[in-house]
Design a protein around this ligand. Sequence first.
Ligand SMILES: [Zn+2]
Length: 453
Amino acid sequence: MKHLFVILFLLTMDLGLSAQGIDIYQRPVNLEPDRDFDAIHYRVKLDIDIDGKQLTGQNTVILTPLRSNLNKVTLDAVSLVVTDVLDSKGIPLSYKQGEDKLHINLSGTYSHKDTVKFTVKYYLAEQVSGLKFIDKTETNPLQVSSDCFPDQARQWIPCYDYPHDKVTQEMIVTVDNNYKVLSNGKLLGITEDQENGKHTYHWKQSKPHSTYLINLSIADYTVIEDSLGALPVNYWVYKRHEQDAKRSFAKTPYMIDFFNRIYGYEYPWEKYDQVVSAHQGGGAEATSATLLGEGAVTTKQEEIDFSFEGIIAHEIAHQWWGDLITLRSWEHSWMNESFATYSDYLYKRYDWGEDEAAFDLLRKKNAYLREAHTRYMRPIVFNQYENPGQNFDSHAYPKGANVLHMLRFVLGDDTFFRVLSEFLHRFEFQAVSTQDFMQCVKDVSGMNLDLFF
Ligand SMILES: [Zn+2]
């Protein structure tokens, strides 16, 4: 065994020296930021003119200070233009907008025992990448589609936009009544305004999640209704997709059921929606409302050569790994991606069989080795990056998945899946670090795996 390690080590060293295409150690160190408060709830109201590509909005923020003598609050706000900030009684508060921040002077001084509430009113003066207005083409209808990962929610909602702060949220959106609106959580109702030909969707996410997981999707969608027991499972697709979408998404409830069982934790959200978006290639998990590329819907012929099943399973797995428990800073990207990637392997093992799954795991390993051979190598947990997206690479997805496969081998199936279940229960609706996971492995298995990690 020892020799094997030495050989592996030398081999890795050699690869590292000869093939470091990018010197990632030149990248800046990023630490989890300090924060003055814990944001509790965002009540976002938007009036959207889809044809005119315009938006006016307001966000009513409820927060609790994390320190004493809080008399100022700073939110993230990029591109959007603030027109007013009002306290809970409607009295204007002074504020300053600049350098991608909104600084608000509160009307008093507050401590950790207080709850502070205020409303920010604003409009969008330009098109932003965080909320895309997409023109109609031959293949897609006119649509509005959010893209909040990793830090673009702040372009259309003034908020505290870092994953370690989780909030509940309401999304109250008024549009012309020929469009449907999808967001996170449960649909509380639709209010009609016949006179103006508009209607308002009221969505509520009543369990806390991080801002990069916000979804707002608007188009003249066809909604295909499905379910898993009492859980609504719907597919929001283009009209031309209707027949194929029923088949392409048909396994969704079966996949949720599979993950319920292997994680030992019931699906945590009020519903599961999947929505087709023209700007997505693969998928982007959002809490209870995943965005998928148009390729997710395939004809019977296309399906033979190209299946989206792995991506559909991967994004479902994120509803636990990423959405229920969330990386507390971007250095822990593997807490989201390695677990979701390993989960799509587990699904394939279950549904496609041992051979297909073994090939999938090999393919994942090779994807990592290609990056290691030709670009760079880094520790899986890594706090040097210019932007968070750089940590969402083949070290995070396929390598981490293979490391989890090794961990499963070391722990054995029973213990490995008990660890996953315990971890999800212990840290549900919280932001987590790799150290939290290491501690959980130690607590459940009784094994000191510091050396493994
Ligand atoms: Zn993912």
